[in-house]
Design a protein around this ligand. Structure first.
Ligand SMILES: Cc1ncc(COP(=O)(O)O)c(C=O)c1O
Length: 390
């Protein structure tokens, strides 16, 4: 049975070019800081990778710093950015949204433990953000404002440029951070166009390797680093660089840039097949905004009366790989924090299943997944309904 992978927001399969770049770079084992030939070979790979990631971002390579992934980039920008702003005279106050990825949410929680006031701006019933709400929550001395660009569970794309323009005029000291991990390569943006100071991205969401990401930092707006040591990555993220990871990231970014338009068009077609097919199944409800305000290829859906965790397992048995937004704690499905923030009732949130296509998902695969989901759902419902006469 050919399995169909529709969990690309969790991670994506690496493209062959990325895997080959990793393997080649393992052979260029020199330390990029060493001046001799082996070091220069590794440094050349690192520079090439930085250029490719910067090109996909639409930013100068000198402003791109490699990290161990999106989580580290977010943590660094949020905690290190807020601390840098305080050192420059801002108050211990940060503003973010109620629907951030844990990489940002938990970094804000860390700041709260240090005595920062954290304001979380809510979203509407479709998971969309009012761009004015972030600015209204910011005070003139706010240290940091962090906003996700494309929400990982619902795919909702936020009007960050509009929001940040309003924030900037109200809170001039604030560091403005964007978690663009899900948007990178799927939604056209540039850090400058967003009006951001820092932007976090990750390789494994764009068909590159895991354990490598990057933080873009506007010149003069670098966060305070967590680790102290050498001066690698401009001191923003010290430690001998992950050259194979960076090389794989560079190859994935180069392919994403070369194929950007074709990928977006295909993802939109695949997304339309999923949306049309899945939302026409009995009792289906979309969790999130309409396609025009969503990441192409991401669909979060609940089916009345069916638990998401059970549906996930049944789909997995039938060869379809998706995810739920719910964590499983002591055997009970805990409704997703994101869907709860949208005001969804617990039953509907517990029913949520996320289908997320990627650059390698074909239209036939999407159509096959819909057909399998229809029969799995009918079977699950049969098994859940009480026997007749009971
Ligand atoms: C929106 C968002 N931010 C941050 C991350 C963390 O990235 P990484 O897995 O590279 O640490 C993820 C990964 O799921 C994500 O979806």
């Amino acid at each position: 049975m050919e399995r169909i992978y529709l969990d690309n927001n969790a991670t994506t399969p690496p493209i062959p070019a990325a895997a080959e770049a990793v393997a080649r770079a393992l052979g260029a084992w020199g330390n990029p800081s060493s001046p001799h030939a082996s070091g220069r070979r590794a440094r050349a790979l690192l520079s090439g990778a930085r250029e490719a990631v910067a090109a996909l971002l639409g930013a100068p390579p000198a402003e791109v710093f490699f990290t161990s992934g999106g989580t580290e980039a977010d943590n660094l920008a949020v905690a290190g950015g807020a601390r840098a702003a305080v050192a420059a005279g801002a108050a211990r106050r940060v503003v973010t949204t109620a629907v951030e990825h844990p990489a940002v949410e938990e970094a804000c929680a860390l700041l709260a433990e240090e005595g920062f006031e954290v304001v979380r701006v809510g979203v509407d019933g479709e998971g969309l953000l009012d761009p004015g709400a972030l600015a209204r929550a910011a005070a003139p001395d706010t240290a940091l404002v962090a906003c996700i660009l494309a929400q990982n569970e619902t795919g909702a794309v936020f009007p960050v440029a509009e929001a940040f323009a309003a924030v900037r005029s109200r809170a001039p000291l604030a560091r403005l951070h964007v978690d663009a991990v899900q948007a990178f390569g799927k939604v056209p943006f540039t850090p400058a166009g967003l009006g951001a100071d820092t932007v976090a991205v990750s390789a494994h969401k764009i068909h590159g390797p895991k354990g490598i990401g990057a933080l873009w930092c506007r010149a003069g707006r670098r966060p305070l680093p967590f680790a102290r040591g050498g001066s690698q990555e401009g001191g923003v993220r010290t430690g001998t660089e992950n050259v194979p990871g960076a090389a794989g990231f560079g190859a994935a970014a180069a392919a994403a840039l070369a194929e950007a338009a074709a990928r977006r068009e295909r993802l939109a077609r695949v997304g339309a097949i999923l949306e049309e097919g899945l939302l026409s199944l009995p009792g289906a409800r979309r969790n999130g905004p309409p396609a025009a305000s969503r990441l192409p290829g991401t669909l979060n859906v609940s089916f009345d009366g069916v638990r998401g965790d059970l549906l996930l397992l049944a789909l997995d048995d039938a060869g379809i790989e998706v995810s739920t937004g719910s964590a499983c704690a002591s055997g009970a499905a805990v409704p997703s924090r994101i869907l709860t923030a949208m005001g969804l009732p617990p039953e509907r949130a517990r029913g949520a299943v996320r289908f997320s296509a990627g650059a390698l998902t074909g239209e036939a695969e999407a159509a096959a997944a819909v057909a399998v989901a229809a029969s799995v759902l009918a079977r699950l419902r049969d098994s859940l309904s009480p026997p007749s006469g009971a």
